[in-house]
Design a protein around this ligand. Structure first.
Ligand code: HEC
Length: 97
């Protein structure tokens, strides 16, 4: 009986983990990034393609961008997201995936 409970709890935790781990595009949409950004076209902000070009030779692109988005310095909005969410969205911006 004890083992069965443990299995049920472990399974539901696993399922919840999957449900909350959103993909880059979904996360960027739900955090309203795509109101100002597009993969290909300039909107209010630069396209993710332009951002990729700007950062293509940068080794610490991810950290630089994360700092800007978190502090709202060099970025018009301060982004409210967890570090993990930021990382996912920045990877999406930098790779298009
Ligand atoms: C209100 C409009 C707006 C929203 C919402 C927005 N951005 Fe931006 N973003 C901009 C503008 C404008 C710039 C250009 C800033 C500059 O270069 O001065 C920018 C720049 C960027 C850059 C490039 C920074 C650099 O160093 O060149 C990245 C990456 C970025 N945004 C990601 C995001 C992500 C991820 C989100 C969602 C969490 C988001 N943005 C939400 C307007 C927005």
């Amino acid at each position: 009986m004890k083992l069965m409970f443990a299995t049920i709890i472990a399974t539901s935790m696993f399922a919840a983990g999957i449900a909350s781990a959103q993909s880059g595009p979904d996360l960027a949409k739900s955090k309203n990034c795509m109101n100002c950004h597009d993969l290909e076209k300039k909107k209010v902000g630069p396209s993710f393609k332009d951002i990729q070009a700007k950062y293509k030779d940068s080794k610490d692109a991810e950290a630089t961008i994360a700092a800007k988005l978190k502090e709202g310095k060099g970025h018009p909005v301060k982004v409210a997201a967890s570090d993990a969410e930021l990382k996912t969205m920045i990877q999406f911006a930098l790779t298009g995936k």
